[in-house]
Design a protein around this ligand. Structure first.
Ligand code: MEV
Length: 439
């Protein structure tokens, strides 16, 4: 049955409704929700007000990866993620590269883009173009009240261009607007500017004799595709330093690693998993720092397809006895605004890294992506991925089996020597529970 006015109910009434309608009054379900409320009511209220219809909180682990040496500065990076092996992999990679000079990061650009999408009945593009140029100053003047503060920080509207898109859709045009949003991600700023620009466009065109034909604004919205908000990170070392800890030689490891990257560059099926691993690292930092992981994901994958075929975000070469590995990825991030000043753990994350600027955060985040990919390929091309992954996942399986702390200790020790598989863990657990003493 449809429920109406749900959002107007109190939190307790919403829980009552849910328990009655979806759990048949089951008391344990209510307890689950209430157990995750924060004991500090003020803090809970902040979380309640992030979204509509909040019932409780949803915990995801917050971990840290130390030893990230980036442009000579040593960072301890916060990571929020549920996948067992991600933080361990990042930390292992940071450790490996720390001793080889660390990561070299550069922000290539920080421009963000938005569009006023509109249709125009006229057929003289040159006239429309002339008209847009004639009202250019008005665009800047009318948005001044929105852009003034951003301008003080060195940002604002960078350019406004008219694009003819009639080859895609009849009568369809765009005002393409470029922005510099400094340390903020800038979504609200950009959208507010665009809506104001659309108002100006509409009112000026209505009163203009230059272009008598009608326009209709379809929508005003930023683009989450940010190929001009781009960061690059490099690592390199002499091939003989690619010593990895298994019996593979440094030369062989470097060669196999480079080939694995080449496979991801050319094979979309592999590229998706390869980039997913990169996003394990990137998303963890994005979540910990209160940024928009959906926007970053969408942009990264669009960027990975920019040449018409989905490909790797990282690249590797062996040149003159050196192993070189790099990532180039669009990251539209903010260190002010959004929930950065509101969520206590997000604030903590920023403090942990010394309250970085947005550019610094772009470099840190991309570095974790590169580090993550390094660890994944290191395992894949040597021991296989399951050894490290299952070692980390072992505790999840044991927790699911409700193993006691003593049982966990014994079983974890047992599996230090061999890669655990799910069925084997269950079997060993049953034996331990049954009283067997493991050798
Ligand atoms: C698992 O979350 C990520 C990996 O599959 C990435 C990769 O294959 O490169 C290990």
């Amino acid at each position: 049955m449809k429920v109406s006015g749900f959002s107007k109910l109190s939190k307790t009434a919403k829980i009552e409704w849910l328990i009655d309608n979806h759990f048949g009054g089951y008391e344990k379900a209510r307890e689950t929700l209430i157990n995750y409320w924060h004991s500090d009511e003020k803090l809970q209220q902040i979380h309640d007000e992030f979204i509509e219809n909040t019932l409780t909180n949803f915990y995801v682990p917050f971990g840290i990866a130390p030893n990230f040496l980036i442009n000579g500065k040593n960072y301890t990076v916060p990571m929020v993620i549920e996948e067992s092996s991600v933080v361990a992999a990042a930390a292992k990679s940071a450790n490996f590269w720390f001793d080889k000079g660390g990561f070299k990061a550069t922000v290539k650009n920080t421009i963000k883009i938005g569009h006023v999408h509109f249709t125009w009945d006229g057929d003289r593009f040159d006239l429309l173009q002339k008209f847009i140029i004639s009202i250019n100053q008005k665009f800047y003047a009318e948005t001044h009240s929105i852009t003034a503060n951003m301008q003080k920080r060195g940002g604002g509207i960078v350019s406004i261009d008219l694009l003819d898109k009639t080859h895609d859709i009849p009568n369809y045009y765009q005002l393409e607007v470029k922005f510099e949003t400094c340390d903020s991600m800038g979504a609200n700023f950009i959208n507010s500017c665009l809506e104001k620009l659309a108002e100006v466009l509409k009112s000026e065109i209505d009163s203009s004799s230059l272009v008598p034909d009608q326009i209709e604004v379809v929508m005003c919205i930023l683009s989450n595709y940010t190929p001009e908000c781009l960061v690059r990170v490099d690592v390199s070392c002499p091939i003989e330093e690619m010593v990895e800890g298994t019996d593979i030689t440094a030369q062989k490891f470097a060669e196999r690693f480079t080939l694995a990257v080449q496979i991801a560059e050319t094979q979309p099926y592999r590229a998706v998993t390869h980039n997913k691993g990169i996003m394990n690292g990137i998303d963890s930092v994005i979540l910990a720092t209160g940024n928009d992981f959906r926007a970053v994901e969408a942009s990264a994958h669009a960027y990975a397809s920019r040449n018409g075929k989905y490909s790797s975000l990282t690249h590797a070469q062996i040149e003159d006895g050196m192993f070189n590995f790099n990532i180039e990825v669009p990251l539209a991030l903010g260190t002010v605004g959004g929930i950065t000043g509101l969520h206590p753990m997000v604030k903590f994350s920023h403090q942990l890294m010394g309250n970085p600027s947005a550019e610094e955060l772009m470099m840190i985040t991309a570095t974790v992506g590169l580090a993550q990919n390094f660890s994944a390929l290191r395992s894949l091309t040597t021991t296989g991925i399951q050894q490290g992954h299952m070692k980390m996942h072992l505790l999840n399986i044991l927790n699911q089996l409700e193993a006691t702390e003593d049982e966990k200790k014994v079983i974890v020790r047992y599996f230090t020597k061999n890669t655990p598989h799910h069925a084997e863990v269950v079997d060993v657990f049953r034996r331990v529970r049954g009283g067997e003493v493991l050798k």
